[in-house]
Every structure is written in C-alpha cells, then in structure tokens.
Design a binder for this molecule. Structure first.
Ligand SMILES: C[S@@+](CC[C@H](N)C(=O)[O-])C[C@H]1O[C@@H](n2cnc3c(N)ncnc32)[C@H](O)[C@@H]1O
Length: 330
C-alpha cells in the first residue's frame, strides 16, 4: 500500500458519510477517485470480513450451487471479488452488479472484469417493484449495504432476494446492523435453509425479549499487513478504526437442502476470568450464557481461549447449574 497515493480528505469525507448512515439517503460516490480510495482501504477491510464469513459458511456446508453472482449495492465490488477469490473463477460464469450509483457499478465492473477476464460482468437493470424475474440461477450478495437501508427498502430487498437460489449478507458487527440481518433472516427463513451462522432454522432466539441487548456478531482475522504496514497504522489512527478488531454480522442462505446441524454457534467472543470462561451460545436450545470451569475441560477451555472456532458441540451441560462441563470444536 503506497501512502503517497492516498488523499486523506476523500477518506475522511467517506468515513463521515458512513457514520451518518441512517440519517442521510442518496448517492455519495462523487468520482471514480472516491471508489479507488474506498477500494484500497475500507473495502479491503470489508474483504477481510468476507474471507472469515466464507470460511464459517463453508465449514457449515455452504457451497455455491449456481454459477451466477448478483452483487447488490456493489460499491467497488469487493463482495463478488472475495467470493470469486475464495471459490475460484472456474466456479462461476457471470457476475451481475447493482448499485444506485452508476459510478460504483462501472468501477466494480471494470475491476472485476480486469481481475477475472474469463467472467461475463454486467451491470443489472435497475430493480422495479413489480420485478418478476426469476433468480433461481443466482447467488445474491449484500455487503455493508443493508445497514444503509430504511425499513421499506429493506422489505423490497427481501422480496427481490426471495427468488434467488442462495444469499450471503455480510454487514457491520454492531447491534443495529445485526438486527437488520436478523430481520432479513426472519423474512426469508420460510423460503431458505439457513446454512450459517445459525445451527437451526426456527425463530432467531435473539428476538426474545430477554435477549434484546445481544446481537449476532463474529470477529474476522485481519491479515498481518494490517499490523506491520505504516499505511494501515496511519489509516487506523486517522479514521479512528481499531484494525485489530473486525466485528461483523453475516447470514448464508440456500434454497436446497443443507444437512441440519446439532452444533452450537459461539456468538461474539468468550470472556476470560480467573479459572473460568463465560460465553454466549446459540443453538436449537436458544441463546444461552454458559460458563465453563477450566478444570472441567481443559482442552475445550484452551480452544475457547484461542478462539479456534465459532462452531462447537457441547457434550455435557449440567442441567441444574446450567454449567458447561465438556465439548469440542467442530
Ligand atoms: C458502504 S457501501 C458498501 C459497498 C460494497 N457492497 C462493499 O461491501 O464494500 C454501500 C453501498 O450500497 C449502495 N446503496 C445504498 N443504498 C442503496 C440502494 N437503495 N440501492 C442500491 N444501492 C444502494 C451505496 O451506493 C454503496 O455503494
């Protein structure tokens, strides 16, 4: 990353705009330069989240079942780029892009076509409310765009997505964004199997009154350059973003049957105390705060401490105390 190429004023303007999400509607990309700057910085960071989300989805059995990608709210195209990088260009034939910014669509088209010349990359026609087009051949991607939508636009998006074969959302890891992803989950779960992060397809337990304070989030792993390159240090300082922490929410859906799991999903990070760990577990038993004493299962305790996985199988939970006694990473 060459610091010399960066116009910090552009990045600060974009950052301020992202912080105002929800209060301001409309297109904010002013020039191709905006998208170049976004793509090498904010979007790169979003790409690290995609890498992690795709790993968790694959671990839960998610695989592309169709050869066409539709990147909705594509911005600079990072979601499609990371998906193709993960599965390989041979897995796909075509990428369709949609963003209410024409500048963004064109930038993403140019970038994806240059990176993957074997793929057909097209800008989709603007969606219409009465859209009756079948999307049963399409894997739909929504990345850090749902969080910019008001209630009505979120509903329109659900209706558009409903016709897809598969869907992946990757959104910021804050409470509000996670709740918007959960709303999509509830709107779409009648039509899809949930591959990840949920280990069951019933009503999301986060929606229970007593769980309102929680949100469904995970942490990506930034690459080494985020800690070693001077540019990223300056980016983190100027933008006031802690690059060590990469929280995100995600949801991977598939129309076809995916084997249902009896595993439990670890939400957020386990909290370490002297001799024990507290964690938030989500599975068919609902959302539970569990506590594991180090002495009860040292290996599990170590695995939780090292954040080796977010998918576990709890093999023993004491029914009277609710204490987790043993389990293993999946
Ligand atoms: C923060 S950017 C994320 C871009 C890209 N998906 C990514 O992950 O880097 C949000 C994008 O959503 C687009 N967007 C916001 N509201 C939209 C709408 N109603 N219809 C289409 N695109 C929209 C914006 O123009 C912008 O490109």
């Amino acid at each position: 990353m060459q610091e010399i190429d960066i116009n910090w004023d552009i990045l600060e303007r974009l950052r301020n705009r992202f912080l105002e999400t929800g209060t301001q509607a409309g297109v904010y990309w002013q020039s191709e330069e905006d998208l170049v700057h976004y793509h090498t910085t904010f979007a790169a960071r979003i790409g690290w989240k995609w890498d992690n989300a795709l790993e968790l989805a694959a671990q839960a059995g998610f695989q592309p079942q169709v050869r066409k990608i539709f990147d909705w709210g594509c911005g600079s195209g990072i979601a499609a780029l990371r998906l193709i990088a993960y599965y390989g260009a041979d897995a796909f034939d075509e990428v369709q892009l949609w963003d209410h910014s024409t500048l963004a669509c064109r930038f993403a088209q140019k970038t994806i076509a240059a990176t993957y010349p074997s793929l057909k990359v097209e800008i989709a026609p603007a969606p219409v409310l009465s859209d009756s087009e079948s999307r049963s051949d399409t894997l739909f991607l929504v990345s850090h765009a749902l969080n910019e939508l008001g209630y009505e636009a979120q509903q329109q998006l659900s209706n558009q997505i409903r016709k897809a074969a598969q869907v992946i959302f990757v959104e910021p890891g804050d409470h509000t964004s996670s709740r918007k992803v959960i709303a999509q989950r509830e709107a779409l779960r009648g039509d899809f199997q949930i591959a990840a992060p949920c280990t069951q397809c019933e009503t999301c337990p986060m929606l229970a009154e007593e769980n309102q304070r929680h949100w469904c989030h995970f942490f990506g792993k930034p690459p080494i350059e985020a800690f070693t390159e001077g540019f990223w240090a300056r980016f983190a300082q100027t933008m006031e973003i802690d690059l060590r922490s990469l929280p995100y929410s995600f949801l991977a859906l598939s129309k076809k049957q995916i084997q249902s799991s009896t595993a439990s999903r670890l939400i957020g990070r386990p909290r370490q105390f002297k001799g024990y760990t507290r964690l938030l577990s989500c599975d068919s038993a609902g959302l539970r705060e569990l506590e594991l004493q180090k002495r009860d299962d040292k290996q599990l305790w170590k695995s939780l401490k090292k954040e080796q996985s977010t998918l576990y199988r709890w093999t023993e939970i004491d029914a009277s105390s609710g204490r987790l006694k043993s389990g293993e990473a999946q």
